[in-house]
Design a protein around this ligand. Structure first.
Ligand code: GLA
Length: 391
């Protein structure tokens, strides 16, 4: 299990930065990955979600150059790329696409002439729904904006990251991942309303149990998954409802009766039903976490899972299997598929005194069925993104 601290990461990367660029970095920009307690596929439908940053990060170390070149060293891929600021043609590798698109958007918005040396690394598993790509964007955008303008404007960083995803990379995603990476505060639960783009923090009364991620090892990325199709289906369903009811409202404002008018279109009806009930589950989850009612929390998680699997159809066999075997263990309180879907992790609440046994049980059962070793990730919540100077 990866228990590396943020400070260790930064110390290691400082040395690597010097080895690569023969100069000390000016700043370090740290952006965490996230889990999502509940509220899945609600963000781009202007609904509610409850994500939290975790103690896994992408770190970018940066120094300014006197020419207009950008030199990047990726620790995780052990690869170096370089390009001119005004020549940001895209590339085939996904991480390069993210990096170049991010720099492309910032350099178009803000005119700056000097390039950068940037080292990027981190310990967020890639492709498993913990938002490594969002953390990558947040980390680079924050680093460059801070270096050039000495400012850390969270809303601006969020907006730019969203532009990178939707306008350049062509992912029709919402802002869940970046929002959590930027606005989380350690030891607080975060509830975001994507309609008003506002959030609130609240405390948890959950006792004697922990959140765990069970990683199905089925990797996926949003660029190449059916994610965009789900976004379009919701839009199509909403248009149909609005047309029939002569309304002009967002999906999250629809009532149950509104949605009933497209009952004959089973697929679109199911997509909208998921979003409708998922928003309600987010509100209920806040109450249950405040009350520390484990049984009700568990039920909400499982309801969310079945809705994502059956109505929204973003699960896969391996993930459904993990949930079905988890349910057989006495330590399991509840769990569900997390993130964009089509693979990745389940997020689970598990009793502390049975946690070790639960982990062994799930691993063994999965191995017996699929002959694959899966990983279970323990994590703690963490603060949102920030900059360190005086390295
Ligand atoms: C991915 C996207 C988010 C969100 C989730 C599903 O993580 O990046 O914007 O839509 O899927 O809730």
């Amino acid at each position: 299990m990866d228990r590396i601290t943020k400070n260790q990461l930064i110390q290691d990367y400082k040395k690597l930065f010097f080895d690569n660029f023969q100069i000390k970095p000016d700043i370090a920009s740290i952006a965490p990955g996230r889990v999502n307690i509940i509220g899945e596929h609600t963000d781009y439908n202007l609904g509610l979600a409850m994500p939290i940053a975790i103690n896994k990060w992408i770190v970018s170390l940066l120094s300014e150059r006197s020419d207009n070149k950008v030199y990047i060293y990726s620790v995780n891929y052990n690869k170096r790329i370089s390009f001119n600021l005004n020549d940001l043609n895209n590339s085939n590798e996904l991480w390069e696409k993210y990096v170049k698109s991010t720099i492309h958007v910032i350099s178009k918005k803000y005119n700056f002439n000097n390039g950068f040396n940037i080292l990027i690394g981190g310990n967020i598993p890639i492709g498993f729904g913990m938002s490594s790509s969002a953390a990558l964007e947040v980390s680079i955008v924050s680093a460059i904006l801070y270096k050039c303008f000495n400012k850390y404007d969270k809303s601006k960083i969020l907006k730019i990251c969203n532009e990178v995803e939707t306008k350049i990379l062509g992912i029709k995603s919402g802002m869940l991942d970046q929002y959590a990476s930027i606005f989380s505060i350690d030891k607080n639960f975060l509830l975001i309303d994507f309609n008003s783009i506002t959030h609130e923090y609240f405390n948890s009364n959950i006792k004697k149990s922990s959140w765990l991620l069970v990683n199905s090892m089925v990797s996926r990325d949003l660029v190449n998954s059916e994610y965009n199709i789900r976004v379009s289906e919701c839009k199509e369903g909403l248009d149909l409802v609005n047309k029939s009811t002569k309304k002009n409202i967002s999906l999250s404002a629809l009532t149950f009766n509104d949605i009933e008018v497209i009952k004959n279109n089973k697929k679109l009806y199911n997509r909208l039903l998921h979003v409708y009930y998922e928003n309600q589950r987010v509100k209920k989850m806040k109450e249950e976490i405040l009350n520390g009612n484990l049984n009700n929390i568990g039920e909400l998680l499982l309801e969310s899972h079945y809705s994502l699997s059956k109505n929204y159809e973003v699960s896969c066999d391996e993930i459904d299997f993990i949930i079905s075997i988890s349910k057989k263990h006495p330590g399991f309180i509840g769990g569900r598929i997390m993130g964009g879907g089509f693979g990745g992790c389940t997020i689970n609440l598990v009793k502390d005194n049975l946690k070790k046994d639960f982990i062994l049980f799930v691993k063994n059962q999965f191995y017996n069925e699929y002959k694959t070793d899966i990983e279970v990730e323990e994590f703690s919540f963490s603060d949102g993104s920030h900059i360190l100077t005086n390295l």
